[in-house]
Ligand binder design. Structure first.
Ligand code: HSE
Length: 435
């Protein structure tokens, strides 16, 4: 059997997971790849006690791998966008194929990396970068290739989902749950990437580019994290039949694409609302297939290794095929990639959950309702609680119909200016995920 040699760069959680899965399932993997996949060299500054590298060459300088004749595929698992970018571009320039789990690298520099790879006639595969072990890139790029993708919505950050789940189920404190996610090894090196939505934005941008055949537009994605979510909103959402999830949403419209990451109320009856803990899930709506749902572990050594190894198998197989018959990096031939324009957040269309603190006096409800009706915003549901003992204000919770975000923002500004409304109005977007 022909051999395909790989060089693994980075021996952290994903690197060691990949090394171990390749060793454990070697016969199965080779039978699927139709060739003998050999780890000829590992590039790592430090050893990792969880894998035995005594039978392979270990280089301390990862860049040394890019010029070794015994490396066909560079597997970049070091993370970050500095050394990793230089390494990947150098590997491509030297005619090596690349497999990476690095979502930040692809989201921020993918356009440049794919162009360089196309010029050199090499593959860049990055399944492990989005939603860990879920083969969502393969599904979008190949399984759904018959469809016009209308929208996709995903829980694509496990740490954020874990925090929201624990807040809802156990009423736990935000900081306390985050510390646990860090201990479990799910959180990014800088956990702000998880809780402020950057990690989900990286993944969303990649999914949107494959779904819609557009360049990677990390510069244009709207990002809002989960740090402002209050426990009481989790409870009110539940009372209204919804769950709050941190979603990445991409929608194709006639006038452009919506690209946004933010906390979102979704109906409890949707399967994706049942996705809890660190698990990830992505819903994709295609015009032919209708709604589809992909679920699995979004992080962790072996779930992520599962995706890395699948890419290695794919690249190894495609080496036997002519360059033009390989699946292109974004699933579209590069000449067909068009930027439809990303819509400003004020232009997006969605429904909303609003919570205001209002004075317990006659006429308040009608003045709020009047502002909404003047702007053509329909109130779909409303809850007003009795005042807590001794309090003069009460929480007023409303769900609206779908409207343009700027219209809603203007209405909220007017409501906040009412003398009977205290402070700012809490605003969380709501998606039914039905159409
Ligand atoms: N920090 C990420 C998460 C890891 O929590 O989902 C996988 O990208």
């Amino acid at each position: 059997m022909k051999s395909v040699n790989i060089g693994i760069c980075g021996l952290g959680t994903v690197g060691s997971g990949t090394f171990n899965v390749l060793a454990r399932n070697a016969a199965l993997i080779n039978a699927r790849a139709g060739c003998d996949i050999q780890v000829s060299v590992v590039g790592a500054r430090r050893d990792n006690a969880s894998c035995d590298t005594s039978q392979v060459v270990v280089e301390r300088d990862v860049f040394a791998l890019t010029s070794r004749p015994d490396v066909d595929i560079i597997v970049e698992l070091i993370g970050g966008t500095t050394t990793a970018k230089e390494l990947v571009l150098q590997a491509i320039a030297n005619g090596k194929h690349v497999v990476t789990a690095n979502k930040a690298l692809i989201a921020e520099y993918g356009n440049e990396i794919f162009a360089a790879a196309e010029k050199q006639g090499v593959c860049v595969a990055y399944e492990a970068g989005v939603a860990g072990g879920i083969p969502i890139i393969k599904a979008l790029r190949e399984g759904l290739s018959a469809n016009k993708i209308e929208w996709l919505a995903g829980i694509i950050n496990g740490t954020g989902n874990f925090i929201l789940t624990e807040m809802r189920d156990k009423g736990r404190d935000f900081a306390d749950v985050l510390a646990e996610a860090q201990q479990l090894g799910y959180a990014e090196a800088d956990p702000a990437f998880d809780v402020e939505g950057t990690d989900a934005a990286h993944k969303l941008v990649i999914l949107a580019s494959i779904a819609f055949g557009m360049p990677l537009r990390f510069d244009a994605v709207f990002t809002e994290g989960i740090t402002e979510i209050q426990p009481e909103d989790v409870v009110y959402a539940q009372e209204l039949g919804y769950r709050i999830k941190h979603l990445g949403i991409a929608k194709q419209r006639e006038d452009g694409v919506e690209l946004r990451v933010h906390p979102t109320l979704i109906p409890e009856r949707q399967l994706i609302a049942q996705v809890n803990g660190v698990m990830n899930a992505v819903m994709v709506k295609g015009d032919a297939v209708g709604p589809t749902l992909y679920y699995g572990a979004g992080a962790g050594a072996e779930p992520t290794a599962s995706a890395v190894v699948a890419d290695i198998v794919d690249v190894a197989r495609s080496l036997a095929a002519p360059v033009e018959s390989r699946v292109p990096a974004l699933g579209f031939s590069s000449a067909a990639i068009v930027d439809p324009g990303v819509l400003d957040i004020g232009e997006i269309e969605t429904a909303y959950y609003l919570r205001a603190s209002v004075l317990d006096q006659p006429g308040v409800l009608s003045s709020v309702a009047q502002i909404m009706s003047q702007r053509g915003i329909s109130i779909e549901a409303i809850i007003q609680k009795e005042p807590r003992s001794g309090a003069t204000d009460v929480p007023l919770i409303m769900l609206t119909n779908t409207t343009r975000e700027q219209n809603l923002r203007d209405a909220v500004e007017e409501i906040e200016a009412l003398a009977s409304v205290n402070g700012t109005v809490v605003k969380i977007r709501l998606e039914s995920l039905d159409t």
